[in-house]
Design a protein around this ligand. Structure first.
Ligand SMILES: CC(C)(COP(=O)(O)OP(=O)(O)OC[C@H]1O[C@@H](n2cnc3c(N)ncnc32)[C@H](O)[C@@H]1OP(=O)(O)O)[C@@H](O)C(=O)NCCC(=O)NCCS
Length: 168
């Protein structure tokens, strides 16, 4: 598995991740198809500017055209939620440990970079795989919180990790 920066050609992967009812079941339901090009463009621009890290998960480095999902690290002004990480893995790649490896790789990069500080994650309370992932990567459960994702309110568990100290 390797991570690579998002590119403008990743629209199809975004559509499969964000416009599909099953993929978005824990994230407030599918997003409108016509919002995707603008979202990809913003993510590419901010990733190139090193403001946000949007990485695509490539399971086999010898086959870089095949994308399994994404992992994203970004920052907020909110002092209780400064840096946040999120992830998605497409159905045919789920259950193989890819999300866990991708999240670890992103947090190792954040640890080595040093600017992000504590990193927060907000999976929906019923998102069993994401909550298991948080636990096994080394996050600590802080409590529950309602957070917005793409303008939807999600009742979430609040997990937090110090990538320097807690990464397992
Ligand atoms: C959540 C998601 C990224 C998990 O991806 P994945 O590659 O299948 O996850 P992994 O194989 O790395 O497994 C991570 C952990 O979840 C557990 N897990 C995986 N699928 C599970 C399921 N259906 N139910 C319960 N636990 C599950 C694994 O056992 C592992 O836990 P462990 O380390 O304690 O063994 C993927 O299901 C997904 O993208 N879902 C839709 C979008 C979404 O909910 N994104 C996250 C928003 S916070």
């Amino acid at each position: 598995m390797v991570l690579r920066d998002v590119e403008l050609g990743d629209v199809d992967a975004y559509v499969r991740m964000r416009c599909d009812p099953e993929m978005m079941a824990e994230l407030g339901g599918p997003l409108p198809r016509d919002s995707i090009e603008a979202k990809v463009e913003t993510d590419v621009r901010k990733t190139r500017a090193d403001e946000r890290w949007v990485s695509m998960i490539v399971p086999d480095p010898d086959d870089p055209a095949v994308v399994a999902g994404s992992v994203v690290l970004w920052s907020h002004d909110d002092p209780d939620r400064t840096a946040e990480i999120g992830w998605m893995v497409l159905p045919e790649f789920q259950g193989q440990g890819l999300a866990k490896r991708a999240v670890r790789a992103m947090l190792e990069r954040a640890r080595d970079d040093g600017r992000w500080g504590l990193v927060h994650a907000f999976p929906g309370v019923s998102n069993a795989a994401s909550n298991a992932l948080c636990r096994s990567v080394g996050f600590t459960l802080v409590g529950q919180r309602d957070v917005t994702f793409s303008d939807r309110l999600i009742h979430s568990n609040h997990w937090r990790i110090d990538p320097v100290r807690d990464l397992t």
